[in-house]
Design a binder for this molecule. Structure first.
Ligand code: NAD
Length: 358
């Protein structure tokens, strides 16, 4: 083991646990020293790639060589694994969604406080370049100040895997993908959500949602539409944003997209009416030539440090966490408001977004 790196044991060596192992191999701050999984097959996978395999979770906690427990199990067991790790003096990286409820998250944060250990949630999609491109447009008003942000992910594969179908294990798409999209929005927009209107879809007949739509109104005037679908055989763009000077679109994760803005230098030529369907329209006719400018997307914003490097720096006391626990709590509160709005079929106006996360 390289003594300059902080030692990590991955608990839950499934899809995401293995992905963390791959990413950490390329990281200079952390090093995976072993894994623990309840399934024999996953232990065999771990031995094959050369990691030490712990036979029990107690063995992980009792090993003084382990500094960090990285939790990549299904969502219903995050809390118990995190709290025992913190109580054993380990720092914790926890997968999203951090917990099943606000109450669970409060218990986890109290355990981190009591132990004086670092607890950070892996909201890795803050580093997605498509999101960071929108964040740059938001921060720099590339198409004027944004007043509508539509963030969608569409798939056609239904809900993958096993536990994601099970409510008691924290399944469903609001918890799975919703938490990413909402985290991105709240990270970017520093304003209170004043109303939430949502609906969940149960097209596939599971007891958990296979998608949802939520409309959020922010105090600063921005409206956000967030949508996750798993039965979309034709997808809508990943991002569609409107600013007072133009419109932006990002089609997908490969950053295909463009901006179209008003051309202030252009000659003011009225658009010509067009035949549209069986009618005639000037309102919906394309802008006349020269009235708009099409541009490439700006370069993504930068967060300064990778998730793992930031985590190491927080342990070392040299940086603030990029994913702050108060922000994670806000997202948790918002998720609960979205569930409530859908269940009551109501626009929710007076929920406590900041709650304990101020
Ligand atoms: P998975 O089913 O592929 O893997 C989960 C593993 O945890 C399994 O190997 C299972 O045997 C093991 N496990 C279950 N209970 C355990 C326990 N008590 N102790 C030890 N091991 C246990 O699931 P996944 O897709 O890897 O998801 C795991 C977590 O990662 C979830 O919280 C999920 O939301 C999150 N995730 C995050 C991202 C991301 O981009 N941040 C992507 C995928 C999944």
């Amino acid at each position: 083991m390289n003594s300059n790196k902080h030692s990590v044991v991955i608990v839950g060596f499934g899809g995401m646990g293995k992905y963390h192992a791959e990413l950490i191999k390329m990281n200079n701050s952390l090093e995976v020293v072993g894994t623990y999984d309840v399934l024999e097959a996953r232990r065999t996978d771990s031995i094959k790639v050369g990691y030490k395999v712990y036979e029990s979770y107690e063995e992980v906690l009792a090993d003084p060589a382990v500094e960090i427990v990285l939790i990549a199990t299904p969502n219903d067991v995050h809390k118990e694994i995190a709290i025992s790790a913190l109580q054993a003096g380990k720092h914790v990286i926890c997968e999203k969604p951090v917990a099943m409820s606000k109450e669970e998250l409060l218990e986890m944060l109290a355990a981190a406080d009591a132990a004086g250990r670092v607890f950070m949630v892996h909201q890795n999609r803050r580093w997605d370049e498509d999101f960071l491109t929108i964040k740059k447009m938001y921060d720099q008003e590339t198409i004027g100040s944004l007043f509508q942000i539509e963030s969608r992910v569409h798939g056609a594969n239904g809900i993958p895997g096993d536990w994601r179908h099970v409510k008691a294990q924290g399944g469903g798409m609001l918890l799975d993908w919703g938490v990413h999209l909402l985290d991105q929005l709240l990270f970017m927009i520093d304003s209170k959500v004043t109303s939430v209107s949502s609906s969940l879809s149960f097209i596939l007949g599971n007891d958990v949602d296979d998608g949802f739509e939520a409309t959020l109104q922010f105090e600063n005037g921005i409206k956000a539409i967030v949508e996750v679908g798993t039965t979309n055989f034709i997808t809508l763009p990943r991002w569609y944003v409107k600013g007072i000077e133009g419109t932006g679109i990002i089609e997908d994760w490969s950053l295909t997209g463009r901006l179209v803005t008003r051309n202030h230098e252009g000659e003011k030529i009225e658009p010509k009416p067009i035949r549209a369907g069986v009618g005639l329209t000037k309102t919906m006719a394309p802008p006349s030539e020269g009235a708009t400018i099409t541009e490439a997307l700006p370069q993504p914003a930068e967060l300064g440090s990778s998730f793992y490097d930031n985590f190491a720096a927080v342990i070392e006391g040299t940086a603030e966490p990029i994913v702050k626990n108060a922000e994670v709590m806000r997202v948790q509160n918002l998720i609960e408001a979205i569930f409530e709005s859908a269940e009551k079929n109501q626009v929710l106006k007076d929920f406590d977004m900041y709650g304990e996360g101020k």
